[in-house]
Design a protein. Structure first.
Length: 158
């Protein structure tokens, strides 16, 4: 990817066994924000984004290692996310991924906006039966909302 001028995130692979001796100096060349993602997952499952501090990173790693044996720590590259499927040097498919979002209207809470999006968007469904999955409120979106000094009961204007 780099030879074709695409940004490539610095990456560190870490196993649950190596985590006990993990030294944050291994990340001295990394720039925040960071991402933690499991090696053996797909479709973005288990990914934790927008990690802003070493303390937060340690917390996210501890949480992730409760479920996964091998993780990647990567720099978060800002911009559009495009996924490529390359077989024998040929790009077969490219997908532009857009994170789930809701837009405040000044009347409904974030939770109500999520519920409305899940109920009214016919393209959302369970698993991979539809192009979009239901928006799930788990630790990752809660962390993202919290970093904006909001919670699920907040009523944003936009």
């Amino acid at each position: 990817m780099a030879k074709h001028s695409f940004p490539v995130a610095k990456t560190l692979s870490l196993s649950d066994l190596a985590f006990e001796q993990f030294d944050t100096s291994q990340l001295r060349d990394f720039t925040f924000p960071l991402i933690v993602k499991p090696v053996n997952e797909e479709h973005g499952n288990g990914v934790m984004m927008h990690i802003l501090t070493m303390d937060e990173l340690q917390e996210k790693l501890s949480t992730a290692f409760e479920t996964y044996d091998n993780l990647l720590i990567q720099e978060e590259i800002v911009g559009d996310e495009i996924r490529f499927l390359v077989v024998k040097g040929q790009v077969l498919v490219a997908i532009h991924r857009i994170p789930a979002t809701v837009t405040g209207d000044g009347q409904q809470s974030i939770q109500q906006l999520i519920d409305q999006e899940n109920a009214e968007n016919e393209h959302r469904g369970t698993g991979y039966q539809k192009p979009l999955s239901f928006i799930e409120v788990d630790d990752e979106p809660l962390s993202y909302i919290d970093k904006q000094k909001l919670d699920l009961d907040s009523t944003p204007r936009d």
